[in-house]
Design a binder for this molecule. Structure first.
Ligand code: ATP
Ligand code: MG
Length: 556
């Protein structure tokens, strides 16, 4: 898949601004997360876009924590957001907090009131909603709309000083109750909240609403291009109205389609629910679409950046196939992952004509895709080895090119072997498989002239280590989890399968936590954060092939 692309439509708009000399060609964007959860793959899209376009035009990007909701925000989230952005490979010019602007925003509100563009309303939130009208009918003006400027200033000061209870009063912009745009029908811009804030503590008892914080913060920072998702398109007239009335820096808002992924939920509210109800093992559970989950699973920053690049920047909502993200990580890991052999479901295989006590050491490529083969590791071979139970069949169907009585296969990096017998227990389970080997068939020096169709991975039973392997599948079994119903009904009950005792080749005992591995024929793996020298745990990042595509074909 080619990743060569022309400029996206946002880049075209910015290029035109730069060419026309707007803001003297200066470009300053911002990434404005609300610190009420961990970043997810959708945020990665916004990060790549904001930081990417700024870089393209020699500009900069601010990180701004949009922390205007005291109840839902926490410092833990701030720290995780910073770590995730850095991990993705981006660096911000400034770290700002909307809460740093609370004084300025308060002054802005006073300025609106003084010019007759804002008023204190005593109506309840239900009454305000009722007076709002509908998209086809105009709303009604509040009985408090025509208070005097002096009264409004005095009431707003009292709101600030905690003289009213929550919900008793709000500050509204005075715009147009008949506007076809519902957001222009006297939107609430400040509300009373007697809650402690993660940064300003108990200093504030009133907090600005999103619409009265976001655009103003952009102006305070002299942001030239404020890029947000499509649902804010209808807020743009208000964004522009406030900038005009306050006569502040003319930041401009641009909208693009948010990223939606099949088989995935992305709203932070839903992700928080998954964590709280313990459907997953925390925000960084390897099945979560969070950046910390993807990282723990073994996704690389490059694969995520490439994914964001491939999907491009759209003007219309669409749903991206989750398989594309998997494709991107597979493609990246194929180039970098070290090859190792691990047997998940072991059965003993004995090479009867191989001398007792003999051990041979082979050199095996770490990565055949790398120019220098990624260097070599040593693997040992002796009389007893482990192979996958599924790689042997007593009565194989026609095209079974693996092991069966009388059939030959190659053991990767070692010899061609031929099965002559096997042993079963009382329950009919195969317990041991007996083979002979072709001494002239040793890999690299094969003079046997024998061609076999199957190559199996294996592990020397006398020189291996037991590891835990976690096989993940999609967290949801439906493309659009929940639809109109409860999304937790669509959780995939088989999204995590734990193999407690997989047999791994000895080289894996030296596994590094930062290293990505390909376990031959099984997929790409990454050490879990809870892995220790005594108990190594590997998460499967992705299978080698797209197994879901096969499932879909079967259904067709
Ligand atoms: P959520 O709905 O998941 O809670 P949000 O929009 O409330 O997300 P914010 O923290 O406010 O989350 O988002 C920070 C930035 O990331 C915003 O500019 C927002 O538009 C962008 N963003 C959030 N989700 C997506 C997405 N799925 N695709 C693209 N951009 C996104
Ligand atoms: Mg938001």
């Amino acid at each position: 898949m080619s990743t060569e692309k022309g400029p996206n439509f946002i880049e075209e708009l910015i290029a035109a601004d730069v060419a026309s000399g707007k803001h003297n060609g200066r470009v300053l964007t911002r990434f404005p997360p609300e610190p009420n959860g961990y970043l997810h793959i959708g945020h990665a899209k916004s990060i790549c876009l904001n930081f990417g376009v700024a870089k393209k035009f020699n500009g900069k990007t601010n990180l701004r924590f949009d922390d205007t909701n005291p109840e839902t925000e926490e410092t833990e989230y701030v720290e995780s957001i910073k770590a995730d952005i850095k991990w993705l490979g981006f660096d911000w010019a400034n770290e700002f907090y909307t809460s740093d602007y609370f004084d300025t925003l308060f002054e802005f509100a006073i300025k609106l009131i003084k010019n007759g563009w804002a008023y204190v309303d005593d109506s309840t939130s239900e009454q305000i909603a009722e007076m709002k009208g509908t998209p086809t009918e105009p709303g009604n003006e509040s009985p408090f709309r025509n208070r005097t400027i002096e009264e409004n200033i005095s009431l707003f000061e009292k709101m600030k000083n905690g003289e009213f209870k929550e919900g008793e009063k709000v500050l509204r912009a005075k715009i147009d109750m008949a506007s076809p745009n519902m957001h222009m029908r006297d939107p609430v811009i400040y509300r009373i909240k007697h809650a402690a804030h993660h940064r300003t503590g108990n200093k504030w008892l009133i907090y600005p609403m999103y619409d009265f914080a976001h655009g103003q913060s952009d102006s305070i920072e002299n942001i030239t291009h404020s890029i947000c998702t499509l649902e804010f398109e209808v807020h743009r007239p208000l964004y522009e109205w406030l900038i005009e009335k306050l006569d502040i820096f003319p930041s401009r808002q641009y909208e693009f389609a948010r990223l939606n992924l099949s088989y995935t939920v992305m709203s932070k509210r839903k992700l928080l629910q998954l964590v709280k109800e313990k459907h997953v093992d925390g925000w960084d559970d390897p099945r979560m679409p969070t950046l910390s989950g993807l990282r723990r699973r073994g996704y690389t920053p490059a694969s995520i950046r490439n994914f964001c690049d491939i999907i491009g920047v759209a003007k219309r909502e669409n749903v991206i196939d989750a398989g594309l993200l998997e494709f991107c990580v597979r493609e990246d890991l194929n180039k970098h992952a070290l090859r190792r052999m691990v047997v998940l479901n072991p059965v003993k295989l004995i090479i009867t004509d191989y001398p007792d006590g003999k051990t041979e050491t082979f050199h095996a490529e770490n990565n055949p895709e790398a120019e220098d083969k990624g260097g070599y590791r040593q693997i040992t071979f002796s009389k007893e080895i482990w192979i996958e139970r599924e790689d042997f069949m007593e009565n194989p169907p026609k095209k079974f090119f693996r092991l069966a009585p009388g059939q030959m296969v190659r053991l990767k990096n070692a010899y061609i072997i031929k099965c002559h017998s096997f042993k079963k227990d009382d329950n009919g389970n195969i317990t041991e498989i007996y083979c002979s080997h072709i001494p002239e068939s040793r890999s690299g020096k094969d003079s046997s002239g024998i061609n076999v169709k199957g190559t199996l991975h294996w592990v020397d039973a006398g020189n291996c280590t037991s590891v835990e392997v976690r096989l993940y599948d999609r967290l949801f079994r439906s493309e659009n989890p929940g639809g109109a119903n409860d999304f937790t009904n669509d959780l995939n009950p088989d999204s995590c399968r734990i193999i407690h005792h997989a047999m791994a080749e000895y080289a894996l005992t030296e596994a590094q936590p930062v290293e990505h591995y390909q376990f031959l024929r099984l997929g790409y793996f990454f050490a879990d954060k809870n892995s220790t020298a005594e108990k190594q745990i590997f998460n499967r990042t992705v299978t080698l092939k797209d197994t879901w595509a096969k499932e879909l074909k079967k259904k067709e």
